[in-house]
Design a protein around this ligand. Structure first.
Ligand code: PEP
Ligand code: MG
Length: 578
């Protein structure tokens, strides 16, 4: 099977299928004389889930938080409520449809009613409905109960497991950080979707856009995942298996060899130094950041602190996370990005998205300006953390100066409130902005003037410049960082930063792609921030390059406006190295 490789390496292991019951519900008609059986099937499923929940409640440890049993009680009460336990039966009778479909219809109806509630707390309770319905649907579909699946997973931890899913939301993926998988493959997704970024951050081979892998692969089947080639081989014969075991060893050896340059400075042959920084998602990632020899954190995506929970993290919780990173990086710069929520990153993965075009909607800085208390709390936490290391603040998705000015005003208010309380912070903290919307790149001079630094988010810059959804596999083949329009926007941003003598970096996935290192350095980029696992291979490119040669070649590449001419030139450009 072929898909899009998003993280290199070779894994050999057994499939662990992840189901997403709500996505798997299909609609089919039943015969009139099958109605009573279908209703009985529905009642049995409700009964089983109730039993399961009662058992869970009885087994809760004494020191379990009180909310947990309250939460189970809510689900139990919902299962007994007529709107869930009776209404679907009427739908089965009237529409002669299967039980899963009837229940899903009823759920959508209830969720729509919740959406109309003004009270935010009550509105959020719709999640409980979705979760409880998902449990019942899993039983109806004959899927393992969640607990059983967890148990199976634990039992399987002994051998290499390969996670196979239709799709995984960023919020789900962050949970997988706690499990040891050898590889990660999904039916849908694009190279720079947030799911792919997280998959990469697990530092294991991953492939997305495999179309029907989840259907075609059986649970427990032996398979090979070749991340670089974007290829999955299911049930390999012995020769293929031994060939891949050899490849796996070679790959591991090459990785070990790179370790030799871990403490070497990233400097070109003619003496131009490039800062190689790490992108992190959770505070624990500082361990791999330091292990990779990164000279700082160039992008800390804080949104993962806000996901998979019903309440916002408090100022204290945020402060502790940011302080941990600032202290652990021991004086190296730590650039922390304010909450970038929206588009393919939802606070709650089960929440139904109503925006017709979420990537163009209330995302990132727009969201935070609409909810200033969230911004205020995060700014206070960031400022407090700045006392413990070299913290810089980065604002995502800026498209106009007004957003920047409003954000700065809120930052000043947060500073003022800390001063009043005599809480120490870095008075000279740097404020930077992401250049990831074409408007910001075209208008980069204005942003360079008002900000302390710029950071180019190429993942979104490409998405918005080329009008290609970064998470949509159907258009993944059109997502091309070498598109001349993208290169020109990067060039404009670099020139604006140079004019106002402000540092500029690339923190999108382009920074960690060794096929683009020489081009970016040639264009004048002196800071690259990437997933820690790419730092050594990018460094190896830099150590073998001469900046003056790269500059000339980059200039030539930039003079073309035809992608078909640029691509072969890049190949030639990298020729002797890759
Ligand atoms: C980017 O858009 O390139 C970026 C670094 O931000 P994110 O991938 O988190 O959207
Ligand atoms: Mg972005």
């Amino acid at each position: 099977m072929h898909g899009v490789g998003v993280s290199s390496g070779i894994a050999i292991g057994h499939a662990h299928l992840i189901s997403h019951a709500l996505l798997e519900v299909v609609h089919f008609k039943i015969e009139a004389d099958g109605v009573e059986d279908e209703i009985a099937r529905f009642e049995r499923a409700i009964g089983l889930v109730k039993q399961d929940l009662e058992q869970l409640k009885a087994q809760l440890p004494k020191n379990a938080p009180a909310e947990l049993s309250a939460f189970i009680n809510t689900h139990l009460a919902m299962l007994s409520d007529k709107s869930l336990s009776e209404a679907p039966k009427t739908i089965i009778r009237n529409e002669l449809c299967n039980a899963e479909w009837a229940l899903k219809q009823q759920m959508d109806d209830i969720v729509a009613q919740f959406d109309a509630i003004e009270d935010a707390y009550l509105r959020e309770r719709k999640q409980d409905v979705v979760q409880v319905v998902e449990r019942v649907i899993k039983v109806l579909l004959g899927r393992d109960q969640l607990a059983a699946s967890e148990k199976k997973l634990q039992a399987r931890q002994e051998r290499a497991m390969i996670l196979v899913a239709h799709d995984v939301s960023p919020a789900d993926a962050i949970q997988f950080k706690h499990h040891q998988f050898a590889a990660f493959i999904t039916d849908v997704g694009g190279v720079t979707s947030h799911t792919a970024i997280l998959a990469r951050s697990l530092n294991i081979p991953s492939i997305v856009a495999l179309q029907r892998a989840r259907d075609l692969i059986d649970d427990g089947e032996l398979m090979i995942v070749d991340g670089a080639a974007g290829m999955v081989i299911v049930n390999p014969d012995p020769e293929v298996l031994s060939e891949y075991r050899l490849k796996q060893n070679q790959w591991q050896l090459a990785q070990q060899k790179l370790q030799r340059i871990k403490t070497t400075k990233a400097v070109t042959v003619d003496g131009v130094a490039i800062d190689l920084l790490a992108n992190i998602e959770v505070p624990e990632d500082v361990i791999s950041a330091k292990a990779s020899g990164a000279v700082g954190v160039g992008l800390y995506r804080t949104e993962f602190l806000f996901m998979n929970r019903s309440e916002m993290p408090s100022e204290q919780e945020q402060f502790e996370a940011y302080k941990h990173v600032a202290e652990a990086m021991k004086g190296y710069p730590v650039t922390i990005r304010t909450l970038d929520i929206g588009a393919d990153k939802q606070l709650n993965p089960d929440e139904v998205v109503t925006a017709t075009n979420p990537a163009l909607g209330l995302r990132a800085v727009r969201y935070c300006l609409a909810e200033p208390h969230i911004f205020h709390t995060q700014f206070r936490a960031l400022l407090r953390a700045s006392h413990y290391g070299q913290v810089k603040i980065l604002i995502p998705m800026l498209s106009n100066l007004a957003e920047l000015r409003q954000a700065r005003l809120l930052l000043e208010r947060a500073k003022e409130s800390l001063r009043k309380q005599n809480i120490p912070f870095d008075e000279h903290i740097h404020l930077g902005g992401m250049v990831e919307v074409p408007a910001a790149a075209i208008n980069a001079e204005a942003f360079a003037q008002e900000l302390d630094f710029l950071s180019i988010g190429t993942n979104d810059l490409i998405q918005y410049t080329l009008a290609i959804d970064r998470a949509d596999d159907a258009v993944a083949h059109l997502y091309n960082p070498l598109h001349p329009a993208v290169l020109r926007l990067i060039q404009l941003t670099i020139q604006a930063a140079e004019k106002y003598q402000k540092p500029v970096s690339v923190c999108g996935e382009m920074a960690g792609d060794i096929k683009l290192t020489r081009l970016l350095v040639g264009m004048g980029m002196r800071q690259l921030s990437m997933h820690p696992s790419h730092i050594l291979s990018v460094k190896s490119q830099i150590l073998q390059s001469e900046e003056s040669v790269l500059a000339k070649q980059a200039k030539k590449i930039l003079s073309f406006s035809d992608l078909e001419k640029i691509e072969p030139l890049i190949k030639k450009f990298n020729g002797e190295l890759l």
